[in-house]
Write a protein that binds this ligand. Sequence first.
Ligand code: COA
Length: 141
Amino acid sequence: MIRKVRPEDFDELLKIEAEAFPKSQYDLGQFWMLHQSYPNTFLVEVSDLITGYIVFSPDGHLISMAVRSERRRTGIGTRLVQEALANCAGKPLRLEVRVGNVGAQEFYLALGFNWIGRAKGYYHDGEDALLMERPAALSSR
Ligand SMILES: CC(C)(COP(=O)(O)OP(=O)(O)OC[C@H]1O[C@@H](n2cnc3c(N)ncnc32)[C@H](O)[C@@H]1OP(=O)(O)O)[C@@H](O)C(=O)NCCC(=O)NCCS
């Protein structure tokens, strides 16, 4: 099930975040701010436990997402992106991803995203970002 995040989810999200983004993870304060800024588009996937999250702006910017490491490659990430696409219907969905994060790039390519550019030194440690976009014209399924 995919639902809006709740503050009581943050402890679990911090664990998912730590294993997903060893170089630049969100802390508790940032999760609170994202929750405040995107109350309707900060979502979690829940089964027996919280398995992943996605946060995006309603105008079509995918800000971050992560899936619990032992639940990856089971379709959870795909379901979360599909939910974002359904929410942003009619708009392209765009994102930034580290050049070194090849697994995530493969994931987005499989979902119909294209490379549209590169932002030099985008991350605080100096790594470049690849800019990817999924055209609005593609169906969300
Ligand atoms: C990227 C991420 C969200 C994908 O979530 P997921 O739930 O594992 O993705 P799915 O199971 O829906 O994968 C769908 C398809 O995407 C592709 N894919 C997903 N992860 C991949 C990887 N590491 N390498 C290559 N292809 C991959 C595959 O084609 C996969 O289908 P398959 O499993 O049948 O081969 C997850 O790996 C993750 O949390 N990574 C760490 C955090 C991160 O990088 N977030 C994105 C930052 S921009």
